[in-house]
Every structure is written in C-alpha cells, then in structure tokens.
Design a binder for this molecule. Structure first.
Ligand code: CIR
Length: 256
C-alpha cells in the first residue's frame, strides 16, 4: 500500500519540454494545470497523502518527478537523469525526499552512471530496470548495488522501442502486468498474468496501481475495460497534454 505521493506542478516552460512526437502539437499549459489538479484528486481518491511541489520554470520537464528518484520502503535513491536538460532536477527532488527519509537512507546514482525513474518498475522487493537512452549500464550497476545493500534486488530489462521501461510495461500488483508491444514476449513477464495492451491504445500501458485502484488515462476504453475485467476499480483521468511530451500517469508522481 502507498501512503504518500509527491507531485510537482507543471511550469509554464513545459510547452518546451522534450518530445519525440512533435506532430501532436505543443501542450496547452492552462489545460495541463487543470489535468494536473484532476490527477491529484484521482490520487486522493486512492487514500494517499499528496505533497505538491512548486513548479520549476528552469526545468520544462520537472513535472515528471518520477524520473528524479526511486522511493522504496527501505531507502530512497536519487537518480542521475540521462537527459541533459533534466539532470539538474535531482538537486530539487532531494529537498523533499529528505522530509521522508533520513540522510543515511538516501543514496545517489553518480556519473558516469545515468538512471531515470521511468525505467524502474517495482515488483514487491524486486526492481526491474530498463536499459534505455536515459539509463545506462553503469547506472543500473550502481542501482542494483544500492538495492542489494538494503536487502532488495534488481535486474536489467532490455528495451528497444520505447522511451522508458514503464512506457510499455506496468505492474498492477497481484502478479498482474499491463504489457504492450515488445514486452509481451519478454521472459521476465511471460509467466505472469498479463493484460495485453492493443497497439491502438499503446499509450495506456502506463497506468498506475494505487491501493487497489488503477488510474487509467481517459480515452482508452479497451484498456480500461480489460483492467475492470481483471477485477480492479478503475479511475480515469485525462493526461492529453502530458502525452504530447511522452509523459504518462506514472511519470507525474512518486508513490511510496
Ligand atoms: C522526457 O522526455 O524526459 C519527458 N518529456 C517525459 C518523461 C516521461 N517520464 C516517464 O516516462 N517516467
């Protein structure tokens, strides 16, 4: 169960955030703020306490807080984002992380290692880490070493087609994974209960389980129904403006 969630308000500069899909157009900032408020409401319906951080104008992608830290039940790991324009976000996330974790329980990924939280998927005490354009081998090595020092484990997952691991696979607890595209056939997830994401709803592979409810992006009816059929209560919330920046539901929060 999660008790806390950290989010960061989108900055006006978000319209200049990194995107691989410029054809979707620039995000509408006012709408993004409304969607962020609705996202917080959805989280509150799941019974968590939400800490909302101020926007950081100098970092257009800083609302995607998930990439800046990995918060586990035993320790916090401050990442070293591989995207140059995002790297300094880590200096800001550590301030709030210190409110929840003692300094001796906070570890840091160091250069030349890079790692972004969007590449980390927690499955109980095991953490799958995607090796991506943002997360490198050395970052993964350090990450697993830190996990092991706290009695946790980690393993690398290769990925080819998506930005982050959790762009394509997410864990809904109860041995159940949402899997899209290249992840459907992966050894790691093959023997689990899979909810397969159809290609035309691929963006909705990024849903979040929060205390037995699953938050699903608005506009992906097949995925929402499949998750209901698997026995979960579904809450939908619109993330259209974040999608324009390759961002999904998980990216917008740290849940712990
Ligand atoms: C980026 O490219 O870094 C942002 N525009 C989107 C980050 C999405 N984060 C995530 O998947 N965890």
């Amino acid at each position: 169960m999660f008790k806390n969630v950290i989010v960061r308000k989108p900055a006006k500069s978000m319209v200049d955030g990194i995107t691989s899909a410029p054809e979707l157009g620039k995000p509408d900032y006012e709408l993004a703020v409304k969607q962020h408020d609705a996202y917080i409401e959805a989280l509150k319906q799941c019974g968590v306490e939400v800490t909302e951080l101020e926007a950081l104008e100098e970092y257009p992608d800083a609302c995607f807080v998930e990439d800046d830290a990995v918060l586990t039940r035993k320790c916090a790991i401050i990442t070293n984002p591989g995207a140059a324009s995002r790297n300094g976000e880590k200096e800001h996330i550590v301030e709030v992380v210190r409110k929840f974790y003692d300094e001796d329980k906070i570890a840091y990924i160091q250069s030349p290692g890079t790692l972004e939280g969007g590449d980390v998927m927690m499955v109980g005490d095991h953490f799958y880490v995607g090796r991506s354009a943002r997360t490198n081998e050395e970052g993964i090595r350090q990450f697993i070493e830190i996990l092991e020092s706290y009695g946790l484990t980690g393993s690398e997952v290769t990925l080819e087609k998506v930005l982050h691991l959790k762009t394509g696979v997410n864990y809904l607890e109860n041995n159940t994974f949402l899997v899209a595209g290249e992840f459907i056939e992966k050894e790691e997830f093959k023997n689990a209960r899979q909810i397969i994401i159809p290609d035309d709803e691929a963006y909705a592979a990024n849903c979040i389980w929060v205390n037995d409810k699953v938050i699903v992006p608005t506009g992906y009816p097949k995925v929402a129904q499949a998750i209901r059929d698997a026995g979960y209560e579904v809450i939908t919330t619109d993330t259209s403006e974040y999608r324009k920046l390759d961002g999904g539901l998980s990216c917008l929060s740290l849940r712990f």
